[in-house]
Write a protein that binds this ligand. Structure first.
Ligand code: 6LW
Length: 529
């Protein structure tokens, strides 16, 4: 047994858009999964030995049968997952709210391919599994005959998805709206039901119940909610909820949950976030009455300490660089819906990424030629060198709308939340001139807000400098002298402001539309503030 040291660590443990975490342990290895919605691949798998240093090692869902995303609306697709391990196999269940609902995949190699999906005929979202002797229980949210939200459960065959019992309501929660995110644990002969309630916004909370049978009746923890920041509106963390529990190899308990870091200071009186809902960690102790106590009496902080398992916590570096010398894309790259990979060429000899744009743009509910990484901190500096190669004549690029002429042929770098919320600096050519431009899409407004003529379409350096409140867009023709083209408020990409309920976070990515873009030396560095 490793000597157990109380170590300090920083939250979030997995930063950027990584919501709805579920964790499981095998020996002294921890694995964690998150939701992915309309982004590809589906359901990232992270690995850690100490619960603080996490490595992205795989995705559960890749092929079309596992992950159908064609035409999926923003924040549709893959909702909350659950990961567990039983008798040498990993099982992951989640919901594709845009295609057939709840699915289960399994594998004996978490670094390898996952099985074809089986589908479960039960409503709602937020599925979870409990292996209990010969029985496998499947629970999710759903609605009863009075249209009341609740947690419903049935027995299933996890390999076929066959229901082996009727779905019955086991809980309506502990009084909060939207009881969801259920996980069931068998401890000391009792069944513990962990829920998210209050909705994933600023009223979010985690509740606990327990019963002698998995089907209840459940009694509520006397100090519910066991975790919430709903009464702490000006804190540096908010919206904590949607949790999962795991015990480490030393017998110490831990909770992972989602939370947000508001991008606006309390003085601004606004509560906005654009990095997405992130994954946080807290130590848990069980009191004498057999109920869990999370963190600092139900609150967590950006800096915490606990008897972390495994090795010494290592410094965390969240910088990302890609000189395109490797054949494969890093696992940190994501795409919007299922990509047409023939439009993405890693030209390792020339150290460049060729993005073959099509007529699909960042504004479309489709698959643009775009690839990005999650923005992991507020203070970032993103850089790339771009060349515009034209494979269309000017004549076919007359824009449908004369005042956005030239938006058609675009290659560039941007901050992307979804098709209605994105800012980008890009290169175009119109009327025989090369221009660098800044365009911004917020709600139903999409416009070019700045432009400058440049001498060529070759090797233009783009730079985005982000801070909690603003993105500044810079360009250079020689890589030495940079000129600021314009700015965009991070508030324009905040989850709270989206005109349709959304659950994701901001990416920094490269794109091409109606032209071919050649990209070199892409990097996103965290600026120490
Ligand atoms: C998730 C559910 C939720 O499935 O949001 O608001 C969904 N609550 O727990 C997407 O994260």
């Amino acid at each position: 047994m490793s000597d157990i040291r109380i170590q300090k660590y920083k939250n979030p443990i997995i930063s950027g858009y990584n919501p709805d975490p579920s964790i499981c342990r095998v020996g002294d290895d921890f694995y964690l999964v998150n939701s992915t919605f309309e982004f590809y691949p589906g359901v990232p798998v992270y690995h850690s030995k100490n619960l603080v240093n996490w490595e992205l090692i795989n995705y559960c869902l890749r092929d079309k049968e596992q992950l159908y995303l064609d035409g999926v609306r923003p924040s549709g697709g893959i909702y909350a997952p659950m990961l567990c391990y039983h008798n040498g196999e990993f099982f992951m269940t989640t919901t594709n709210v845009s295609h057939k609902g709840h699915l289960i995949v399994h594998t004996s190699d978490i670094y390898g391919e996952w099985s074809k999906p089986v589908w479960i005929d039960q409503g709602g979202i937020d599925p979870t599994l409990l292996f209990d002797g010969e029985d496998v229980y499947f629970a999710s949210t759903s609605r009863d005959e009075d249209d009341r939200d609740g947690i419903f459960m049935c027995k299933i065959n996890p390999y076929t998805g066959e229901k082996l019992s009727e779905s019955v309501c086991i809980s309506h929660g502990c009084g909060g709206i939207c009881p969801e995110g259920s996980h069931i644990y068998k401890l000391n002969g009792k069944y513990y039901l962990l829920l998210a309630e209050g909705g994933t916004e600023y009223g979010h909370m985690v509740t606990m119940q327990r019963a002698d049978s998995p089907f209840g009746p459940y009694e509520a923890c006397p100090h519910n909610p066991i975790l919430s920041h709903r009464d702490n509106p000006d804190g540096s963390i908010a919206c904590t909820g949607h949790a999962d529990l795991e015990v480490d190899q030393n017998g110490n308990w831990w909770l992972v949950c989602l939370g947000i870091r508001p991008s606006c200071t309390p003085q601004r009186g606004l509560k906005l976030h654009h990095l997405g809902r992130e994954t946080f960690l807290s130590p848990v102790i069980w009191n004498e009455e057999g109920w869990p106590v999370v963190g600092n009496n139900g609150r967590i902080d950006l800096e915490m300490e606990g008897p972390l398992p495994g090795n010494q916590v290592q410094p965390i570096c969240r910088n990302f660089t890609d000189n395109f010398s490797e054949e494969k894309f890093s696992l940190h790259y994501n795409w919007v819906r299922t990509p047409h990979m023939e439009n993405y060429v890693r030209d390792t000899a020339a150290g460049q990424l060729i993005l073959k744009g099509t007529s699909v743009t960042l504004n479309d509910m489709d698959t643009p030629t775009w690839v990005g990484i999650k923005q992991k901190e507020f203070d970032v500096e993103a850089d790339v060198v771009v060349s515009l190669k034209e494979n269309f004549s000017d004549s076919c690029l007359v824009s449908q709308d004369s005042n956005v002429k030239g938006l058609n042929k675009r290659v560039g770098l941007g901050t992307f939340y979804n098709q209605f919320y994105h800012y980008e600096i890009y290169l175009t050519r119109e009327d025989g001139q090369y221009k660098v431009c800044l365009s911004r899409h917020i709600h139903d407004m999409f416009a070019r807000t700045a432009e400058k003529v440049v001498s060529s379409g070759e090797n233009i350096h783009f730079r985005i400098i982000g801070n909690p409140l603003e993105y500044d867009f810079w360009y250079s023709e020689d890589g030495k002298y940079y000129e600021k083209l314009g700015s965009g408020a991070t508030a324009g990409l905040a989850t709270e402001g989206t005109m349709y309920m959304s659950f994701t976070g901001t990416y920094i990515g490269m794109f091409s539309e109606n032209a071919e873009g050649h990209f070199r030396n892409f990097s996103v560095k965290i600026n120490k503030n």
